[in-house]
Write a protein that binds this ligand. Structure first.
Ligand code: ZN
Length: 169
């Protein structure tokens, strides 16, 4: 997938997150990085994924052995915000692409408020103006402010939410 919309973002930069850093991988996707999440920490499996990629993707892991053997980024913290800082301090460029779906890595698409009437909780609908959705799985994201990194989109809790279209509080 080529990303022509970002002038300074190198579309060949991406990450592979193993089982030890799944949450971090999802956050990095929302921050605009191309992240492949591999739910394994098996050396052979991870090595295979890293080596069969024709585009450069850096492994991120909490496993010292994997990081050393596959020239990956070793994260030490158990806190996701701190892990993001660790990763960003180790890569050269801070430029990123468009926000991606935390679940399936597809680039999010802007949508209007009318499109999401009844699909997100009322307080989210009323408190925020900008929404995006995933073209692949349909999940809706809103631009929030509680996370310390700028430009982070939050996955709206759409599951089990049964507000009918047009209905208000
Ligand atoms: Zn998705």
């Amino acid at each position: 997938m080529n990303d022509k919309s970002q002038n300074s973002f190198d579309s060949n930069v991406g990450f592979i997150c193993d089982l030890t850093v799944v949450k971090l991988g999802k956050k990095l996707r929302i921050l605009g990085y191309d992240v492949e999440i591999v739910k394994s920490s098996n050396m052979a499996t991870i090595e295979n994924v890293v080596k069969t990629k024709n585009i450069k993707k850096l492994l991120i892991t909490k496993s010292r052995e994997l990081a050393r053997k596959l020239s990956g980024i070793l994260v030490l913290s158990n806190n996701v915000s701190e892990q993001i800082e660790e990763v960003l301090s180790k890569i050269q460029s801070t430029a990123r692409g468009n926000p991606r779906c935390s679940e399936c890595n597809a680039e999010l698409i802007e949508c209007s408020k009318e499109d999401i009437v009844g699909k997100v909780p009322t307080y989210i609908f009323e408190s925020f103006e900008r929404f995006k959705h995933c073209p692949k799985c349909g999940k809706i994201f809103w631009e929030g402010s509680h996370f310390k990194f700028r430009g982070v989109w939050n996955l709206a809790k759409t599951k089990d939410f049964k507000l009918r279209r047009g209905e208000s509080k």
